[in-house]
Write a protein that binds this ligand. Structure first.
Ligand SMILES: Cc1cc2nc3c(=O)[nH]c(=O)nc-3n(C[C@H](O)[C@H](O)[C@H](O)COP(=O)(O)OP(=O)(O)OC[C@H]3O[C@@H](n4cnc5c(N)ncnc54)[C@H](O)[C@@H]3O)c2cc1C
Length: 801
């Protein structure tokens, strides 16, 4: 019978698909039942060919389907070969990979994200106390900040330093029992966002004590005595902390540090104690020139066995008061002219007691794990906060500027050429803040989402750079000439700093996101690798064959979703988000297959094919940004006001994912797999297009003329009063310009009809009133608008030096 082999193969296919889950319970009985049925119906047709096929089928069923036999025949033999294929890792890399937790990123990686889980996740809102701090202390700090004066003085004024310390800005993350604010990650991120919209220097000064550094390390790992002593002092600013990891020859590869400590006996406060002789040379350390407490990472050695263990104890973190004899921190760097304290620090044979180690002597050698664990959460809060606040500030200012500034007789925001970058600014600002809020929410829910933190660190700062560059182009010379009127220069200068710190973006994109994602988020890879390294056949067998089954089912799904333009995916909600959820589902399945193929064909060498892993990182990161955008839209009530922003964000994200995966397939060493997968996953008829001109125009228009959407997009920043020469002056001018729109239109119509001469509008105002074209009030509105518009487009000039 001709259909018999086909059916046999189909059963084998299903067996592989479900292998490890439902195989023995239903596929095997089904196969036996089928054989019995065929045999009893027509025993004569039981030809040798068919019998042969069934014999092969039965063999496959037994070998693949009975775990005991499979382990004996297959897995035991595969394991040693696989153990050599998996990438080799240093201990430092392994600790970094194992740090933190896995969250929504695992769903995105799986190829089958459970969107209901994302929608059900509650982002805890800021508390009443946190809101009060944002609306009072934080607003007051913003009012005290004069970014230009800070630039000239190269420091914050003393009253600002005092305010920051006395109001608890340095202890936002320190619990109240230690005198800190005990604020959530969400509140900390919003505070940094607000302050950074006013002054980058102040934001960095507030950010550093609340990011990876002495306070956070003490909270997680400090001894009770260390916490009781230092945390209250850090909370009220008596101690100014800095954290020193980077060295001249250990930047991105921080684990290669040469700073070291030798365990020895020495004199401390008149007594002989067991301690360490520390030698270090660190650079780029924020707040180091003014720090009173230095968090120091170094490699600890115990050559005389005074601790009774190994000689090389590895990376260790200690807290060193900067008044300890031998601590040098008196020089400073100039980070692109952005005025905040940053500088080198060094010391040679500086003796300190062993209980200066964070967590005491039992934490000696645990420093790298402590740092990686803290970074897993911290990277998701501070720099995303800065990017979110910075993007909101730029959006607010640029919307006003493009409405006020006129060339060729109309506001520049009306030109399609300007609307293109304007739409990118608005769309990306919505996306950046969606991801910022969701990630801080995850941290507040107890996650330390290592991969997601790396994603938001790299992609929010990178998108913020796009926002700033676009805004620069829109403002032209007004963005370039520095001075109190310039609303962009400060952010423009500071952008490379955000890009470089806490894991430089190229490294994070090319190596960390997919490298860590593939191992931590992949449903089977980490299990396979650790089982292979440990030689555990049973665990390896379960993971490997579960993996094979998952590849078959996800490939079928990805191809079906590709062919159907994602319409076969079930969205969690009807309405405007449905198509975007479907596309995201499809992208997740395609991503899963592309990463499987890259890992299977390149094995351990994928680690060195950074161009490929960077594209996989792009795809994973944009999936996260798209899901955050959808969640924000749903959580904020799916309003018509925000719909274009959500649509732009998701379409842009899905187009980016598709670009990244298609480029990956184009560059896959196996050309056969690359080409065939491209045809299956992205057939020509179902490719996602970038946001349309019409959609972009909608967003651009929403940013002009002080619409509700513009206000909503920028609610978290400080809006200065009209006396402020930067954003305040633009906001005030915008009010006048918007109020004068209708009377100016009347003037233009009258000019077109020949009722008024085509002179400058200020010269024809009186005539317009005499002819009854404008009322006296309307005349004043036009005159006021012209005056404030003229003031708003001025730039600063200075006496020649
Ligand atoms: C203003 C400022 C403040 C800072 N504050 C602190 C602080 O408070 N404490 C502290 O300890 N450090 C601090 N740093 C240091 C910062 O974390 C490092 O600058 C950063 O880790 C990069 O190191 P590097 O500058 O030596 O660059 P390098 O490590 O030399 O990197 C140069 C380039 O190579 C890329 N790269 C490196 N390795 C790879 C790879 N495997 N694959 C692909 N690309 C790679 C990087 O992404 C980067 O683009 C600060 C730096 C600055 C500029």
């Amino acid at each position: 019978m001709s259909y018999l082999p086909v059916l046999g193969l189909l059963l084998l296919f299903i067996a592989l698909l479900y292998q490890g889950r439902a195989f023995l319970s239903w596929v095997l009985p089904l196969g036996i039942a089928f054989i019995y049925w065929r045999f009893s119906e027509d025993p004569e047709s039981w030809g040798t060919g068919t019998a042969g096929l069934f014999a092969i089928y039965a063999l496959c069923v037994v070998v693949f389907g009975v775990p005991f036999i499979r382990r004996l025949v297959l897995t035991r033999n595969i394991l040693p070969a696989m153990a050599t294929i998996f990438p080799k890792m240093s201990e430092t890399e392994r600790v970094a990979l194992e740090a933190g937790t896995v969250w929504w990123d695992a769903d995105l990686f799986s190829g089958r994200p459970d969107f209901q889980k994302l929608l059900d996740f509650q982002v805890t809102p800021t508390s009443a106390e946190e809101r009060s701090f944002l609306e009072n202390e934080c607003e007051e700090l913003c009012r005290m900040l004069d970014a230009w004066q800070i630039h000239l003085d190269h420091d914050l004024p003393q009253n600002v330093w005092d305010f920051i310390k006395s109001k608890g800005f340095m202890g936002l993350i320190i619990p109240t029992e230690y005198g800190g604010k005990g604020f959530s990650a969400q509140a900390t991120s919003e505070i940094i966002a607000k302050v950074s919209s006013r002054s980058v220097s102040a934001a960095v000064t507030v950010m550093v004590p609340n990011s990876l550094g002495p306070a956070e390390l003490l909270l997680h790992y400090g001894t009770q005595e260390q916490r009781d002593h230092y945390l209250p002092r850090l909370a009220d600013g008596r101690e100014i902390p800095a954290f020193a990891l980077t060295e001249p020859n250990a930047g991105s590869d921080a684990g290669a540090m040469t700073s070291h400590g030798i365990v020895c006996k020495g004199q401390w406060e008149g007594e002989e104690v067991l301690g360490m002789r520390l030698t270090w040379n660190k650079r780029y350390i924020t707040l180091a020139p003014v720090a009173t407490l230095l968090g120091l990472a170094f490699k600890l050695q115990d050559p005389d066995g005074l601790l009774g263990g190994e000689e090389d104890l590895d990376i260790t973190c200690a807290l060193i008061p900067t008044d300890t004899p031998g601590v040098v921190h008196d020089r400073q760097h100039d980070p692109l002219g952005v005025p905040f304290f940053n500088g080198p620090t060094s010391g040679e044979d500086v003796f300190v007691p062993l209980d200066f180690i964070i967590g005491g002597v039992e934490r000696a050698g645990h420093g790298w794990r402590m740092l990686m664990d803290c970074l897993s959460a911290g990277r998701g809060v501070s720099l995303p906060g800065m990017s979110g606040g910075g993007a909101q500030g730029v959006t607010r200012g640029i919307g006003a500027y493009a409405s006020i500034r006129e060339q060729f007789g109309i506001p520049i925001g009306q030109f399609e050429g300007i609307q293109e970058p304007l739409a990118r600014i608005g769309g990306l600002t919505y996306v950046i803040n969606a991801a910022r809020t969701l990630t801080a929410g995850a941290v507040d829910a107890g996650e330390k989402p290592a991969v997601i933190s790396a994603i938001v660190k790299a992609y929010l700062t990178e998108n913020m750079r796009i926002v700033v560059n676009d805004a620069m182009d829109i403002t032209g010379g007004a963005g370039i000439c520095l001075g109190p009127r310039n609303i962009l220069g400060q952010a423009y200068h500071a952008m490379p700093i955000s890009i470089t710190v806490e894991g430089a973006n190229i490294l994070t994109r090319n190596m960390i996101i997919f490298g860590q994602g593939a191992i931590r988020c992949h449903p089977y890879a980490f299990e396979e690798m650790s089982a292979a390294w440990e030689g555990d056949v049973a665990r390896f067998d379960r993971a490997l064959f579960g993996h094979v089954g998952s590849i078959f089912s996800t490939f079928t799904r990805a191809a079906a979703l590709g062919a159907s333009c994602a319409r076969l995916a079930t969205p969690p909600l009807p309405g405007p988000t449905a198509r975007h959820f479907q596309q995201l589902s499809r992208m997740s399945a395609a991503f899963n297959i592309c990463s499987e193929v890259a890992m299977a064909t390149l094995g351990g060498s994928l680690k060195f094919r950074e161009r490929l892993t960077a594209r996989l990182a792009d795809a994973l990161s944009w999936m996260y940004l798209s899901s955050a955008t959808l969640k924000r839209f749903v959580d904020e009530g799916q309003t018509e006001r925000d719909r274009a922003f959500m649509e732009w964000g998701c379409t842009h994200a899905h187009h980016e994912i598709q670009r990244a995966l298609m480029e990956l397939l184009d560059n896959l060493p196996s050309r056969f797999l690359g080409v065939s997968l491209k045809v299956k996953l992205f057939p020509w008829w179902s490719r996602v297009q970038p946001p349309s001109d019409r959609l972009s125009q909608k967003i651009a228009k929403a940013l002009l003329d002080d619409g509700e959407a513009r206000r909503h997009l920028t609610t978290e920043i400080h809006i200065p009063g009209p006396e402020d020469l930067g954003l305040g002056r633009l906001e005030a001018a915008l009010d006048h310009v918007v109020a004068a729109r209708a009377p100016r239109k009347k003037l233009k119509e009258a000019q077109r009809a020949g009722a008024l001469p085509r002179n400058d509008e200020l010269d024809i105002l009186d005539e317009a009133v005499t002819l009854g074209i404008l009322s006296e009030i309307e005349k004043n509105l036009v005159a006021e608008a012209a005056k404030s518009r003229d003031a708003a487009v001025q730039v600063d000039d200075f006496e020649r030096s």
